[in-house]
Design a binder for this molecule. Structure first.
Ligand code: ADP
Length: 255
């Protein structure tokens, strides 16, 4: 009856005798938990001042008409939104890493979920006139944590829009082999250079900082996608060609 969260157990057989070696890992577990709590607490504490700043900026914007000052207000608003996204992504990661946040799977229809995400992201398609195509068959069911898969797909679809070109296309497909479902998010965008492909799922990695700076982002989106997919005992990967586009795949078991 050894608590494996408290001890690392090694069993040795020496000269016919069994030796059990217990290593107390409680300090390590306490440290890991403290690290997670820290990220989560700091993120929570930052959310309030950021939202106060956001509404203050909106009030200032309403009150002043001087275009020179408005320029600075606009700059400040962009930075505040950037911090807000970063805090949200850090909170998502902290929650995903905490043991309390288990994956709650159920069967549901995927097409509707993708439809809802498209609706949420519609406003991002306007600038470059991006076309969104939902190719998920009507009755296609997945077995997943609905909220978490939604976060993962939203990240992939948002990237497919952000890193796309004028009049580009974003398509979402799904297929099954009976054991696994594979969902793909395909874009006609700028693509990812081969040397960056192994790195894009790493935290804070962004391809070509100067290219990405104009396009908002935290560099955490794909590491969140990876985390969620792996929590479903699945895999995520990408195929891409510079100047042609990218295909991201999520493969998760049906049971
Ligand atoms: P970000 O917040 O920067 O979008 P992500 O973790 O979602 O962070 O993605 C990491 C990097 O991978 C991005 O900065 C971008 O350079 C590249 N990337 C992600 N998705 C795509 C895509 N669909 N097409 C081209 N590049 C992409």
């Amino acid at each position: 009856n050894i608590d494996s969260s408290k001890y690392l157990v090694n069993v040795y057989h020496i000269k016919g005798k069994k030796i059990i070696h217990l290593q107390d890992i409680t300090p390590f577990e306490i440290y890991k938990q403290a690290k997670k709590d820290f990220v989560s607490n700091v993120s929570h504490e930052l959310k309030t001042p950021i939202s106060v700043l956001k509404s203050a900026m909106e009030t200032i914007e309403d009150e002043i008409k001087d275009s020179n000052i408005l320029k600075f207000v606009d700059m400040a608003k962009k930075r505040i939104n950037q911090m807000d996204s970063l805090i949200n992504d850090l909170l998502i990661l902290a929650r995903l890493e905490s043991q309390e946040d288990l994956v709650k799977k159920k069967k549901y229809l995927l097409r509707k979920q993708v439809e809802d995400i498209f609706e949420d992201l519609q406003h991002l398609t306007k600038d470059k006139n991006i076309k969104l195509k939902n190719n998920i068959p009507k009755n296609f069911e997945v077995y997943a944590d609905e909220q978490k898969l939604s976060i993962a797909l939203k990240n992939l679809i948002e990237n497919a829009i952000k890193y796309n070109v004028q009049n580009g296309i974003v398509e979402v497909n799904a297929k099954t082999d009976g054991k696994y479902d594979t969902i793909s998010v395909i874009d006609t965008g700028i693509g990812i250079p081969p040397e960056s492909i192994p790195l894009v799922f790493e935290r804070f990695y962004r391809v070509d900082k100067s290219r990405s700076r104009n396009i908002g982002g935290t560099g955490l989106g794909l590491s969140i996608v990876k985390h969620i997919t792996e929590a479903h005992k699945g895999k995520v990967w990408v195929e891409s060609q510079v100047g042609k586009g990218s295909r991201f795949y999520i493969k998760i078991p049906k049971t």
